[in-house]
Design a binder for this molecule. Structure first.
Ligand code: NCD
Length: 326
């Protein structure tokens, strides 16, 4: 496996100024940067909910270059650009439909789309691809919309916002992650995000084979965050503020057989939620879910994955694009 840390090290810290910056990793953010972004979100929500015409990035063109499947990240970025007055060029599966089929390199593809746009939003199966694209595209910012098993920083920004909206703070939280710690890029970025705030304790529930790689585990510990790995539901802390459930990342396995060996062991149904969560726990999931939360749970007030978590995706991405492109 890789180390997410080394793939992102060289990127500029935001340091209070988003303008023109590549957004590649949570490593670039401080508490202050996240606060700057969150302060913009209510305004963005107003624009989106009240169909207020907005010209914040009028005249700007944003390329969505997605080499991997996506519903929410693609849909909410596309919506976000339009809500603030920009336009999109949307390239899905370029490996099947663009000149890449003819043998064009990643470098050339990025340089071509750089020439057409004011920003590139990239999803790609390789760890470090967003960093690489950001080094190639010198004239426009690149935003990482998921680089393989690496990171997914904009998902983390919306996840943090969803937690902040509910609890009014991002410190002193108990968070239970479950599912695929090894391959889940949303998990990797969110651990880094929560490590920016004091006194958070993260419990990581997974099969032994889906624990964080030892390298990543120690990299995260070095950030000063408290991590407790669990293998049994009996060890779930009773007082968790947040549950962050994830799917097992099928596409990252060498063979279907290896994937099938992992089977869905930690399934949240109503009884499970009532037994192990508290009254105030919120249940999050980056989606898609593939059986690890039963649909009956959707109506429980604690379940936010199809509610605020989804909507915040658009508002937070609007805020980020505003800050990067203003
Ligand atoms: C996630 C992803 O692509 O990493 N989805 C998303 O962006 N909301 C999670 C997943 O695919 O499991």
């Amino acid at each position: 496996m890789h180390s997410t840390n080394s793939a992102y090290k060289r990127f500029d810290k935001i340091n209070g100024n988003f303008k023109g910056k590549d957004i590649v990793s949570l490593d670039q953010f401080s508490q202050k940067d996240i606060k700057i972004l969150f302060d913009e979100v209510p305004k963005m929500r107003e624009i989106a909910l009240n169909a207020r015409p907005s010209k914040i990035i009028e005249g700007k063109i944003v390329v969505l270059l997605f080499y991997e499947p996506s519903s929410r990240t693609f849909g909410s970025f596309s919506t976000a650009v339009k809500q603030i007055g920009g336009q999109t060029v949307e390239i899905l599966n370029p490996q099947d439909f663009s000149s890449i089929v003819k043998g064009e390199t990643f470098e050339d593809t990025i340089r071509v789309f750089e020439a057409y746009s004011d920003a590139i939003i990239l999803r790609h199966p390789q760890v470090g691809s967003a960093s690489k694209a950001a080094q190639i595209a010198k004239l426009v910012p690149v935003i990482n919309a998921g680089d393989g098993v690496g990171e997914h920083p904009t998902q983390t920004l919306l996840d943090l916002y969803t937690i902040y909206e509910k609890f009014g703070r991002l410190d002193n939280l108990t968070v239970l992650f479950a599912g695929d710690m090894l391959n889940g890029r949303t998990v990797h970025s969110l651990i880094k995000g929560l490590a920016l705030y004091p006194k958070n304790t993260l419990y990581l529930l997974s099969l032994p084979s889906l624990k964080l790689s030892r390298k990543e585990y120690s990299n995260f510990l070095n950030l000063g965050i408290k991590l407790v790995e669990l293998e049994s539901v009996n060890d779930i802390p009773k007082n968790a503020d947040v549950w962050y459930w994830t799917r097992i990342q099928k596409e990252r396995f060498k063979s279907i057989k290896d994937y099938e060996k992992t089977s869905n062991k930690f399934v949240v149904n109503q009884e499970f939620l009532d037994t192990y969560a508290s009254k105030n726990t919120i249940l999050m999931h980056p989606l898609p879910r593939v059986g690890e939360i039963t649909p009956k749970v959707d109506d429980d007030p604690r379940a936010v994955y199809l509610k605020s978590q989804i909507r915040n995706g658009t508002y937070v991405r609007m805020a980020l694009l505003t800050k990067v492109l203003e």
